[in-house]
Design a binder for this molecule. Sequence first.
Ligand SMILES: Cc1cc2nc3c(=O)[nH]c(=O)nc-3n(C[C@H](O)[C@H](O)[C@H](O)COP(=O)(O)OP(=O)(O)OC[C@H]3O[C@@H](n4cnc5c(N)ncnc54)[C@H](O)[C@@H]3O)c2cc1C
Ligand code: SF4
Length: 384
Amino acid sequence: MSRPSEQKRRVVKQAGLRPKPQPGPQGTAEQRAVAQQMPRKKGLGAAPSKRDLKAGLYDRQWLWGPVQGMFLGRTTDPVAREAAASGGVLTATLCGLFERGEVDAVLAVGLDPKEPAQPRYLVLASAQAVLAHAGSVYSYIPATELRRAVREAEMAGHTRLAVVCQPCLVPVVRRWQVRGDYGIQAVLSFFCGWNMTYNATEYLLGKAGIRPEEVRNLGYRRGPWPGGFGVTARDGREVRFGKESYELVNMMFLRPGCARCAYYMGEGADLVCGDAWLRNQPDLTSLLARTERGMELLEGVRSRERVELFHLEEETLLRMHWHNLRYKKYGMSPGMQRLTRWFGRPWVQRMAPFRLLSLASRWRRALKMGVDLERLEPVEGPLV
Ligand SMILES: Cc1cc2nc3c(=O)[nH]c(=O)nc-3n(C[C@H](O)[C@H](O)[C@H](O)COP(=O)(O)OP(=O)(O)OC[C@H]3O[C@@H](n4cnc5c(N)ncnc54)[C@H](O)[C@@H]3O)c2cc1C
Ligand code: SF4
Protein backbone atom coordinates (compact mmCIF):
# COMPACT_ATOMS: atom_id res chain seq x y z
CA MET A 1 0.00 0.00 0.00
CA SER A 2 1.37 3.43 -0.90
CA ARG A 3 1.97 6.09 1.78
CA PRO A 4 -0.41 9.13 2.02
CA SER A 5 2.30 11.51 0.72
CA GLU A 6 2.75 9.32 -2.38
CA GLN A 7 -1.01 9.19 -2.94
CA LYS A 8 -1.17 12.98 -2.66
CA ARG A 9 1.65 13.35 -5.17
CA ARG A 10 -0.13 11.04 -7.60
CA VAL A 11 -3.41 12.96 -7.28
CA VAL A 12 -1.57 16.23 -7.83
CA LYS A 13 0.25 14.81 -10.86
CA GLN A 14 -2.92 13.32 -12.37
CA ALA A 15 -4.84 16.56 -11.89
CA GLY A 16 -1.91 18.54 -13.35
CA LEU A 17 -1.95 20.77 -10.25
CA ARG A 18 1.11 22.24 -8.64
CA PRO A 19 1.41 21.51 -4.91
CA LYS A 20 1.76 24.53 -2.65
CA PRO A 21 5.43 24.77 -1.65
CA GLN A 22 6.23 24.64 2.02
CA PRO A 23 8.08 27.83 2.83
CA GLY A 24 11.66 27.36 4.01
CA PRO A 25 13.28 29.33 6.82
CA GLN A 26 12.86 32.36 4.60
CA GLY A 27 13.69 36.01 4.62
CA THR A 28 16.39 36.55 7.26
CA ALA A 29 18.57 39.64 6.76
CA GLU A 30 21.51 37.31 6.01
CA GLN A 31 19.60 35.49 3.25
CA ARG A 32 18.40 38.75 1.71
CA ALA A 33 21.98 40.11 1.63
CA VAL A 34 23.26 36.95 -0.10
CA ALA A 35 20.43 37.07 -2.63
CA GLN A 36 21.72 40.45 -3.84
CA GLN A 37 25.47 39.90 -3.78
CA MET A 38 27.80 39.85 -6.79
CA PRO A 39 31.42 40.23 -5.62
CA ARG A 40 34.19 41.59 -7.90
CA LYS A 41 37.90 40.86 -7.69
CA LYS A 42 39.86 43.55 -5.83
CA GLY A 43 42.88 43.67 -8.16
CA LEU A 44 46.25 42.01 -7.63
CA GLY A 45 47.67 45.21 -6.11
CA ALA A 46 45.36 44.72 -3.09
CA ALA A 47 46.51 41.12 -2.46
CA PRO A 48 48.38 40.58 0.82
CA SER A 49 52.00 39.39 0.57
CA LYS A 50 53.07 36.02 2.00
CA ARG A 51 54.55 37.92 4.98
CA ASP A 52 51.23 39.73 5.60
CA LEU A 53 49.40 36.44 5.43
CA LYS A 54 51.75 34.92 8.01
CA ALA A 55 51.24 37.90 10.29
CA GLY A 56 47.46 37.69 9.88
CA LEU A 57 47.35 41.07 8.10
CA TYR A 58 44.62 40.50 5.53
CA ASP A 59 40.99 41.30 5.01
CA ARG A 60 39.29 38.34 6.70
CA GLN A 61 35.79 39.44 5.78
CA TRP A 62 36.76 39.64 2.09
CA LEU A 63 38.62 36.32 1.99
CA TRP A 64 36.22 34.15 3.98
CA GLY A 65 32.93 36.01 4.32
CA PRO A 66 30.70 34.94 7.24
CA VAL A 67 31.82 31.66 8.82
CA GLN A 68 30.45 30.00 11.98
CA GLY A 69 32.78 27.01 11.94
CA MET A 70 35.69 25.56 9.94
CA PHE A 71 36.33 21.83 10.01
CA LEU A 72 37.89 18.90 8.26
CA GLY A 73 35.66 15.89 7.83
CA ARG A 74 35.03 12.51 6.29
CA THR A 75 32.09 10.19 6.03
CA THR A 76 32.11 6.96 8.02
CA ASP A 77 30.36 5.15 5.13
CA PRO A 78 33.06 3.34 3.08
CA VAL A 79 30.81 3.22 -0.03
CA ALA A 80 30.28 6.98 0.01
CA ARG A 81 33.95 7.58 0.71
CA GLU A 82 34.98 5.50 -2.29
CA ALA A 83 32.56 7.28 -4.62
CA ALA A 84 33.03 10.82 -3.31
CA ALA A 85 35.33 13.54 -4.60
CA SER A 86 37.04 14.25 -1.26
CA GLY A 87 35.86 12.98 2.14
CA GLY A 88 32.22 12.39 1.14
CA VAL A 89 30.84 14.82 3.73
CA LEU A 90 28.60 16.49 1.15
CA THR A 91 27.00 13.15 0.25
CA ALA A 92 26.68 12.15 3.93
CA THR A 93 25.04 15.48 4.80
CA LEU A 94 22.49 15.16 1.99
CA CYS A 95 21.73 11.55 3.01
CA GLY A 96 21.32 12.80 6.60
CA LEU A 97 18.57 15.19 5.47
CA PHE A 98 16.55 12.22 4.20
CA GLU A 99 17.34 10.16 7.30
CA ARG A 100 15.92 12.91 9.53
CA GLY A 101 12.92 13.44 7.21
CA GLU A 102 13.83 17.08 6.50
CA VAL A 103 13.58 17.03 2.70
CA ASP A 104 11.61 15.34 -0.09
CA ALA A 105 14.35 15.78 -2.67
CA VAL A 106 17.82 17.10 -3.30
CA LEU A 107 18.78 19.00 -6.47
CA ALA A 108 22.37 18.21 -7.40
CA VAL A 109 24.38 17.77 -10.55
CA GLY A 110 25.27 14.32 -11.75
CA LEU A 111 25.63 12.46 -15.02
CA ASP A 112 22.34 11.78 -16.78
CA PRO A 113 21.55 8.03 -16.39
CA LYS A 114 20.19 8.03 -19.99
CA GLU A 115 23.17 9.94 -21.46
CA PRO A 116 26.10 9.05 -19.19
CA ALA A 117 28.48 11.64 -20.68
CA GLN A 118 26.06 14.51 -20.06
CA PRO A 119 26.07 16.50 -16.77
CA ARG A 120 22.61 17.56 -15.63
CA TYR A 121 20.71 18.78 -12.58
CA LEU A 122 18.99 15.72 -11.13
CA VAL A 123 16.05 15.54 -8.77
CA LEU A 124 17.28 12.99 -6.23
CA ALA A 125 14.41 11.76 -4.09
CA SER A 126 16.19 9.34 -1.73
CA ALA A 127 19.46 8.82 0.10
CA GLN A 128 20.24 5.92 -2.31
CA ALA A 129 19.84 8.25 -5.30
CA VAL A 130 22.17 10.78 -3.65
CA LEU A 131 24.74 8.08 -2.99
CA ALA A 132 24.59 6.93 -6.62
CA HIS A 133 25.67 10.42 -7.74
CA ALA A 134 28.44 11.14 -5.23
CA GLY A 135 31.48 12.86 -6.73
CA SER A 136 32.23 16.16 -8.46
CA VAL A 137 31.15 17.16 -11.94
CA TYR A 138 33.66 19.57 -13.44
CA SER A 139 31.54 21.34 -15.99
CA TYR A 140 29.82 24.74 -15.87
CA ILE A 141 26.07 24.46 -15.28
CA PRO A 142 23.92 27.45 -16.30
CA ALA A 143 21.18 28.82 -14.04
CA THR A 144 18.56 27.79 -16.65
CA GLU A 145 19.42 24.14 -15.95
CA LEU A 146 18.85 24.63 -12.21
CA ARG A 147 15.53 26.38 -12.97
CA ARG A 148 14.45 23.43 -15.13
CA ALA A 149 15.26 21.03 -12.29
CA VAL A 150 13.44 23.00 -9.60
CA ARG A 151 10.30 23.04 -11.78
CA GLU A 152 10.67 19.30 -12.36
CA ALA A 153 10.84 18.82 -8.57
CA GLU A 154 7.78 21.02 -8.11
CA MET A 155 5.80 19.08 -10.71
CA ALA A 156 6.78 15.83 -8.97
CA GLY A 157 5.20 17.17 -5.78
CA HIS A 158 8.41 17.77 -3.80
CA THR A 159 7.81 20.67 -1.45
CA ARG A 160 10.96 20.56 0.71
CA LEU A 161 14.22 20.79 -1.18
CA ALA A 162 17.94 21.00 -0.51
CA VAL A 163 20.09 22.37 -3.34
CA VAL A 164 23.77 21.78 -4.11
CA CYS A 165 25.09 24.45 -6.46
CA GLN A 166 28.09 26.34 -7.80
CA PRO A 167 28.86 29.42 -5.66
CA CYS A 168 27.56 31.75 -8.42
CA LEU A 169 24.14 30.09 -8.19
CA VAL A 170 23.83 30.51 -4.41
CA PRO A 171 22.26 34.01 -4.77
CA VAL A 172 19.65 32.54 -7.18
CA VAL A 173 18.63 29.87 -4.67
CA ARG A 174 18.62 32.37 -1.80
CA ARG A 175 16.28 34.62 -3.80
CA TRP A 176 13.83 31.70 -4.06
CA GLN A 177 14.21 31.11 -0.34
CA VAL A 178 13.62 34.77 0.53
CA ARG A 179 10.42 34.70 -1.57
CA GLY A 180 9.36 31.40 0.00
CA ASP A 181 9.44 29.63 -3.41
CA TYR A 182 10.01 25.88 -3.78
CA GLY A 183 10.45 25.16 -0.05
CA ILE A 184 14.24 25.53 0.06
CA GLN A 185 15.46 23.93 3.32
CA ALA A 186 19.24 24.10 2.83
CA VAL A 187 21.76 25.54 0.38
CA LEU A 188 25.00 23.61 -0.02
CA SER A 189 27.92 24.59 -2.19
CA PHE A 190 31.56 23.82 -2.90
CA PHE A 191 34.85 25.59 -3.47
CA CYS A 192 35.00 26.55 -7.13
CA GLY A 193 38.40 27.56 -8.47
CA TRP A 194 38.33 26.89 -12.19
CA ASN A 195 35.23 25.77 -13.98
CA MET A 196 35.21 24.63 -17.56
CA THR A 197 32.87 24.47 -20.51
CA TYR A 198 31.56 21.09 -21.61
CA ASN A 199 34.22 21.17 -24.37
CA ALA A 200 36.67 20.06 -21.65
CA THR A 201 34.77 16.79 -21.18
CA GLU A 202 34.66 16.26 -24.94
CA TYR A 203 38.40 16.97 -25.14
CA LEU A 204 39.20 14.41 -22.41
CA LEU A 205 36.93 11.83 -24.05
CA GLY A 206 38.81 12.50 -27.30
CA LYS A 207 42.14 11.90 -25.54
CA ALA A 208 40.70 8.67 -24.12
CA GLY A 209 39.63 7.63 -27.64
CA ILE A 210 36.00 7.17 -26.58
CA ARG A 211 33.08 8.97 -28.25
CA PRO A 212 30.34 10.46 -25.98
CA GLU A 213 27.75 7.98 -27.33
CA GLU A 214 30.09 5.07 -26.44
CA VAL A 215 30.30 6.02 -22.75
CA ARG A 216 28.90 3.56 -20.23
CA ASN A 217 29.89 5.71 -17.27
CA LEU A 218 32.38 8.39 -16.38
CA GLY A 219 33.68 10.17 -13.32
CA TYR A 220 35.68 13.36 -12.85
CA ARG A 221 37.26 12.16 -9.58
CA ARG A 222 37.51 8.43 -10.14
CA GLY A 223 40.05 6.24 -8.32
CA PRO A 224 41.96 6.68 -5.05
CA TRP A 225 42.08 10.27 -3.76
CA PRO A 226 42.52 12.72 -5.37
CA GLY A 227 41.31 10.61 -8.30
CA GLY A 228 41.00 11.88 -11.84
CA PHE A 229 38.99 11.74 -15.02
CA GLY A 230 37.92 8.14 -15.64
CA VAL A 231 35.72 6.69 -18.34
CA THR A 232 34.38 3.23 -19.13
CA ALA A 233 33.15 2.51 -22.65
CA ARG A 234 30.19 0.26 -23.44
CA ASP A 235 32.64 -2.31 -24.87
CA GLY A 236 34.52 -2.44 -21.53
CA ARG A 237 37.51 -0.20 -22.36
CA GLU A 238 38.63 1.86 -19.36
CA VAL A 239 40.79 4.98 -19.44
CA ARG A 240 41.86 7.21 -16.56
CA PHE A 241 43.86 10.43 -16.33
CA GLY A 242 45.16 11.74 -12.98
CA LYS A 243 43.72 14.90 -11.41
CA GLU A 244 46.82 16.79 -12.55
CA SER A 245 45.52 16.63 -16.14
CA TYR A 246 42.88 19.22 -15.17
CA GLU A 247 45.59 21.90 -14.84
CA LEU A 248 46.04 21.94 -18.61
CA VAL A 249 42.37 21.36 -19.40
CA ASN A 250 41.34 24.16 -17.01
CA MET A 251 43.52 26.59 -18.94
CA MET A 252 42.23 25.42 -22.31
CA PHE A 253 38.53 25.49 -21.49
CA LEU A 254 38.22 28.05 -18.70
CA ARG A 255 34.88 29.79 -19.21
CA PRO A 256 35.50 33.56 -19.59
CA GLY A 257 32.86 34.32 -16.91
CA CYS A 258 34.64 31.91 -14.54
CA ALA A 259 37.95 33.73 -15.07
CA ARG A 260 36.29 37.00 -13.96
CA CYS A 261 34.27 35.53 -11.07
CA ALA A 262 35.20 36.36 -7.47
CA TYR A 263 33.26 33.56 -5.79
CA TYR A 264 35.39 30.78 -4.39
CA MET A 265 34.15 29.23 -1.16
CA GLY A 266 30.39 29.02 -1.72
CA GLU A 267 29.87 32.52 -0.34
CA GLY A 268 26.40 32.73 1.20
CA ALA A 269 25.58 29.00 1.31
CA ASP A 270 24.74 27.20 4.56
CA LEU A 271 27.48 24.62 4.19
CA VAL A 272 30.44 24.64 1.80
CA CYS A 273 32.78 21.75 0.96
CA GLY A 274 36.19 21.73 -0.70
CA ASP A 275 39.27 19.60 -0.96
CA ALA A 276 41.70 19.37 1.91
CA TRP A 277 45.16 19.56 0.37
CA LEU A 278 46.98 17.70 3.13
CA ARG A 279 49.94 15.60 2.06
CA ASN A 280 49.72 13.16 4.94
CA GLN A 281 45.91 12.97 5.36
CA PRO A 282 44.06 11.94 2.20
CA ASP A 283 40.28 11.62 1.80
CA LEU A 284 39.18 14.65 3.79
CA THR A 285 36.74 17.42 2.98
CA SER A 286 37.39 21.03 4.08
CA LEU A 287 34.18 22.43 5.52
CA LEU A 288 32.85 25.92 6.15
CA ALA A 289 29.56 26.17 8.01
CA ARG A 290 28.51 29.69 7.11
CA THR A 291 25.18 29.87 8.94
CA GLU A 292 23.47 28.41 11.99
CA ARG A 293 21.69 26.08 9.55
CA GLY A 294 25.08 24.92 8.26
CA MET A 295 26.15 24.05 11.82
CA GLU A 296 22.86 22.15 12.32
CA LEU A 297 23.43 20.18 9.11
CA LEU A 298 26.85 19.09 10.33
CA GLU A 299 25.64 18.34 13.83
CA GLY A 300 22.82 16.24 12.33
CA VAL A 301 25.35 13.86 10.80
CA ARG A 302 28.08 14.17 13.43
CA SER A 303 25.76 13.21 16.32
CA ARG A 304 24.61 10.08 14.42
CA GLU A 305 28.23 9.19 13.67
CA ARG A 306 27.71 9.52 9.91
CA VAL A 307 30.75 11.79 9.68
CA GLU A 308 33.89 12.39 11.68
CA LEU A 309 34.82 16.03 12.18
CA PHE A 310 38.24 17.50 13.03
CA HIS A 311 39.34 20.99 13.93
CA LEU A 312 40.62 23.17 11.09
CA GLU A 313 42.69 26.27 11.78
CA GLU A 314 42.21 29.31 9.56
CA GLU A 315 45.94 29.36 8.87
CA THR A 316 45.87 25.78 7.53
CA LEU A 317 42.91 26.54 5.28
CA LEU A 318 44.71 29.60 3.98
CA ARG A 319 47.88 27.67 3.22
CA MET A 320 45.94 24.91 1.45
CA HIS A 321 43.91 27.26 -0.72
CA TRP A 322 45.91 30.49 -1.14
CA HIS A 323 46.75 29.68 -4.81
CA ASN A 324 43.05 29.81 -5.69
CA LEU A 325 41.98 32.44 -3.14
CA ARG A 326 44.50 34.91 -4.56
CA TYR A 327 43.28 34.46 -8.10
CA LYS A 328 39.57 34.43 -7.23
CA LYS A 329 39.55 37.30 -4.74
CA TYR A 330 42.24 39.57 -6.23
CA GLY A 331 43.07 38.58 -9.81
CA MET A 332 44.90 36.28 -12.17
CA SER A 333 48.65 36.83 -12.50
CA PRO A 334 49.80 38.25 -15.87
CA GLY A 335 51.73 35.02 -16.57
CA MET A 336 48.64 32.90 -16.01
CA GLN A 337 46.54 35.25 -18.16
CA ARG A 338 48.98 34.76 -21.01
CA LEU A 339 48.95 30.97 -20.54
CA THR A 340 45.13 30.72 -20.52
CA ARG A 341 44.94 32.92 -23.65
CA TRP A 342 47.55 30.76 -25.35
CA PHE A 343 46.04 27.39 -24.42
CA GLY A 344 42.54 28.68 -25.22
CA ARG A 345 43.41 28.88 -28.93
CA PRO A 346 41.83 26.05 -30.94
CA TRP A 347 45.05 25.14 -32.78
CA VAL A 348 47.00 24.97 -29.47
CA GLN A 349 44.26 22.74 -28.03
CA ARG A 350 44.73 20.43 -31.02
CA MET A 351 48.54 20.40 -30.91
CA ALA A 352 49.39 20.57 -27.16
CA PRO A 353 51.13 17.38 -25.90
CA PHE A 354 48.47 16.38 -23.37
CA ARG A 355 50.30 13.52 -21.64
CA LEU A 356 53.63 15.33 -21.42
CA LEU A 357 52.08 18.50 -19.98
CA SER A 358 50.00 16.42 -17.54
CA LEU A 359 53.21 14.75 -16.35
CA ALA A 360 54.78 18.18 -15.81
CA SER A 361 51.70 19.18 -13.75
CA ARG A 362 52.06 16.03 -11.67
CA TRP A 363 55.65 16.97 -10.73
CA ARG A 364 54.64 20.59 -10.08
CA ARG A 365 51.82 19.49 -7.78
CA ALA A 366 54.04 17.02 -5.90
CA LEU A 367 56.46 19.86 -5.14
CA LYS A 368 54.08 22.76 -4.56
CA MET A 369 50.64 21.54 -3.52
CA GLY A 370 49.53 20.67 -0.05
CA VAL A 371 50.57 21.14 3.52
CA ASP A 372 51.45 18.73 6.31
CA LEU A 373 49.26 18.43 9.36
CA GLU A 374 50.81 16.73 12.36
CA ARG A 375 47.60 15.17 13.63
CA LEU A 376 43.85 15.39 13.35
CA GLU A 377 42.07 16.70 16.43
CA PRO A 378 38.54 15.32 16.66
CA VAL A 379 35.66 17.69 17.36
CA GLU A 380 33.89 16.53 20.52
CA GLY A 381 30.43 17.50 21.72
CA PRO A 382 27.52 19.24 20.02
CA LEU A 383 28.16 22.04 17.50
CA VAL A 384 24.83 23.75 18.18
C1 LIG B 1 33.03 22.61 -10.68
C2 LIG B 1 33.73 22.33 -9.38
C3 LIG B 1 34.92 23.01 -9.10
C4 LIG B 1 35.58 22.77 -7.88
N1 LIG B 1 36.75 23.43 -7.61
C5 LIG B 1 37.39 23.20 -6.44
C6 LIG B 1 38.59 23.89 -6.12
O1 LIG B 1 39.09 24.69 -6.90
N2 LIG B 1 39.19 23.62 -4.93
C7 LIG B 1 38.66 22.74 -4.04
O2 LIG B 1 39.23 22.55 -2.97
N3 LIG B 1 37.50 22.07 -4.30
C8 LIG B 1 36.87 22.29 -5.49
N4 LIG B 1 35.69 21.62 -5.76
C9 LIG B 1 35.08 20.83 -4.69
C10 LIG B 1 35.50 19.37 -4.66
O3 LIG B 1 35.63 18.84 -5.96
C11 LIG B 1 34.42 18.54 -3.91
O4 LIG B 1 33.15 18.79 -4.50
C12 LIG B 1 34.29 18.94 -2.47
O5 LIG B 1 35.54 18.79 -1.85
C13 LIG B 1 33.26 18.09 -1.73
O6 LIG B 1 33.72 16.80 -1.65
P1 LIG B 1 32.84 15.67 -0.96
O7 LIG B 1 33.60 14.39 -1.10
O8 LIG B 1 32.43 16.10 0.41
O9 LIG B 1 31.56 15.66 -1.93
P2 LIG B 1 30.77 14.38 -2.48
O10 LIG B 1 30.41 13.52 -1.32
O11 LIG B 1 31.52 13.79 -3.60
O12 LIG B 1 29.43 15.04 -3.00
C14 LIG B 1 29.36 15.87 -4.09
C15 LIG B 1 27.91 16.29 -4.29
O13 LIG B 1 27.87 17.42 -5.11
C16 LIG B 1 27.04 17.20 -6.25
N5 LIG B 1 27.72 17.86 -7.37
C17 LIG B 1 28.86 17.49 -7.98
N6 LIG B 1 29.21 18.38 -8.90
C18 LIG B 1 28.27 19.34 -8.88
C19 LIG B 1 28.07 20.53 -9.61
N7 LIG B 1 28.90 20.89 -10.57
N8 LIG B 1 27.01 21.31 -9.31
C20 LIG B 1 26.13 20.93 -8.34
N9 LIG B 1 26.25 19.80 -7.64
C21 LIG B 1 27.31 19.03 -7.89
C22 LIG B 1 26.97 15.69 -6.41
O14 LIG B 1 25.75 15.32 -7.01
C23 LIG B 1 27.08 15.23 -4.96
O15 LIG B 1 25.81 15.21 -4.37
C24 LIG B 1 35.03 21.85 -6.97
C25 LIG B 1 33.83 21.15 -7.28
C26 LIG B 1 33.19 21.40 -8.47
C27 LIG B 1 31.92 20.63 -8.78
S1 SF4 C 1 34.09 29.82 -11.26
FE1 SF4 C 1 32.53 31.29 -10.56
S2 SF4 C 1 31.18 31.62 -12.34
FE2 SF4 C 1 32.37 29.76 -12.73
S3 SF4 C 1 31.04 28.09 -11.97
FE3 SF4 C 1 32.46 28.63 -10.31
S4 SF4 C 1 31.35 30.12 -9.08
FE4 SF4 C 1 30.30 30.00 -11.07
